[in-house]
Design a protein around this ligand. Structure first.
Ligand code: GLU
Length: 491
């Protein structure tokens, strides 16, 4: 048997370090056994999936040095590798389940479902079962004849326990009482994650599914689907979730999570990959610094420990320093040029710097903030601005939320976003911009903050705003709640 693993990212946002971490382990697991590693795009959520996000995921995984044997960009014998192009396949298999009585058409309306959920809550239960959803046969017929929309749901047991075998965790028991009659096909004919994932893993001959532990609760549904189809289930292996230093689930509120941030902030891809390899896994000799080839050579999934691995930017920076020091000067010069100090970048920056230069010597200090990762800010950096520090902090958080939602990163869109927010908050643009200036460029004596944000790119800009909020004391849960309310009320 050829070992085949896969990574199945959903292209719905920035390329996440967690995706790279899971990809790395899948790739190592397969390659260490002369197997194959597949990349599949799970873009069935058509509202949230974008081609830009897909491209960013593929590009940043490649930047890290990961590669796959089959995928949407390299093709292969099991394509297409984008779920949005496989709709007919899912519908066909879903129909089989209905024919065999393992799934049913559900005509319940949104209002009825809300009512059913309310009743469920009152009864202290968690999952909607087929018996809850059932309608009298004549009512089904009536709705069907009227052409009302329906979804296809899977049948699930009402009670009992499901035992799922996990390669690292052994048997995991989950009560069927917690598992609902999952929707398999939505009313628009698109599959949900569960149906598409199981059908594809089978058709793509995946033998081992290594994925994040947040998917454990889906495993009973998947196991049941494999049984219904009469297919062999791949071996499941749920890897531990990456965590913030405070042990909470890794979140962009506490750590930059986008791979693009690390690229833009000047980390070496080898170092980031090396660090991800240290997440719950270690080399037999416990060495901190290793290459992908060394990891492959020594890879053993049983060396994964399940205690939540902490993704700590300070440790990553330290490791990155080790990687830098081992480069020859020639190599480092090439890396720096590639990263930032190249003609293309110079040409983008010069129009902004030129106006403020008297000598060439003015150039580096003027643009240093563009080539920095995080800026050495303190509260004092914001002290000369007109607004109170607390108001500056709130404004920065609000700006961050707005800019997180911004899809096109150009000067005009950024300017309109900032201006609209300043108006909504009833703050003069000049006073509004001052803390932004400090957060983005470390000083108010720089070129236009909008230009600076364009040059920095979305990831570094957002990370700097987040950092500035932290420097000003951050926001506790209570304050954040209050702010969220206020923010939602802005027009
Ligand atoms: N599309 C899922 C994700 O975004 C894949 C989960 C799995 O590996 O089954 O992570």
């Amino acid at each position: 048997m050829t070992v085949r693993t896969r990574i199945a990212p959903s292209p719905t946002g920035d390329p996440h370090v967690g995706t790279a971490y899971i990809a790395l382990f899948n790739m190592c697991f397969a390659r260490a056994q002369d197997g194959q590693f597949v990349l599949r795009i799970e873009d069935t959520d058509q509202q949230r999936s974008t081609p830009e996000s897909e491209k960013a995921i593929l590009d940043s995984l490649r930047w890290l040095g990961l590669d796959w044997d089959e995928g949407p960009d390299v093709e292969g014998p099991h394509g297409p590798y984008r779920q949005s192009e496989r709709g007919d396949i899912y519908r066909k298999y879903c129909e089989q389940l209905v024919e065999k009585g393992h799934a049913f058409h559900c005509y319940r309306t949104a209002d009825e479902l809300e009512q059913l959920r309310e009743e469920l809550r009152e009864a202290g239960r968690t999952a909607l079962k087929p018996s809850d959803l059932a309608l009298p046969a004549e009512e089904v017929e009536k709705r069907k004849t009227a052409g009302e929309p329906y979804v296809v749901r899977m049948n699930v047991p009402e009670s009992g326990t499901c035992v799922v075998e996990d390669l690292l965790r052994g048997p995991i028991e989950i009560d069927w009482a917690q598992v609902d009659a999952q929707i398999l096909l939505k009313s628009d004919g698109m599959p949900t994650y569960h149906l598409a994932n199981v059908v594809d893993d089978h058709l793509m001959e995946i033998t081992h599914v290594l994925r994040g532990e947040e998917w454990i609760n889906s495993a009973p549904k998947h196991k049941l689907l494999y049984e219904y189809f009469g297919w062999e289930m791949p071996v499941l292996c749920h890897l531990p979730l990456l965590r913030n230093p405070d042990k909470t689930k890794l979140s962009k509120r506490k750590n930059p999570t986008s791979i693009l941030y690390y690229q833009r902030a000047g980390f070496m891809p080898e170092a980031l990959l090396n660090y991800l390899g240290r997440m719950g896994w270690s080399m037999p000799d416990e060495s901190e610094k290793f290459t992908l080839d060394q990891m492959l050579e020594h890879f053993d999934i049983h060396r994964v420990s399940l205690g939540g691995p902490v993704f700590d930017v300070e440790k990553l920076s330290w490791l990155n320093g080790m990687w830098i020091r081992e480069l020859e000067n020639e190599q480092l010069a090439d890396r720096l040029t590639q990263w930032m100090f190249n003609r293309d970048n110079l040409l983008q920056v010069l129009p902004h710097a030129k106006e403020r230069m008297e000598t060439f010597g003015d150039f580096a200090p003027l643009v240093a903030f563009l080539a920095a990762g995080q800026l050495p800010l303190t509260e004092a950096s914001f002290a000369d601005n007109k607004l109170e520090l607390d108001d500056q902090k709130k404004l920065l958080q609000f700006a961050l939320w707005r800019l997180e939602a911004l899809r096109s990163w150009d000067k005009d869109s950024i300017f309109q976003t900032v201006k609209a927010l300043a108006t909504a908050m009833e703050i003069k643009l000049k006073d509004f911009n001052a803390p932004l200036f400090v957060a983005i460029s470390g000083t108010t004596a720089s070129f236009s903050v909008m230009d600076a944000m364009v040059l920095l790119g979305p990831d570094l800009t957002r990370a700097r705003l987040r950092h500035a909020v932290d420097v000003l004391g951050g926001a506790g849960k209570k304050v954040l709640k209050r702010w969220e309310k206020e923010y939602a009320g802005l027009v």
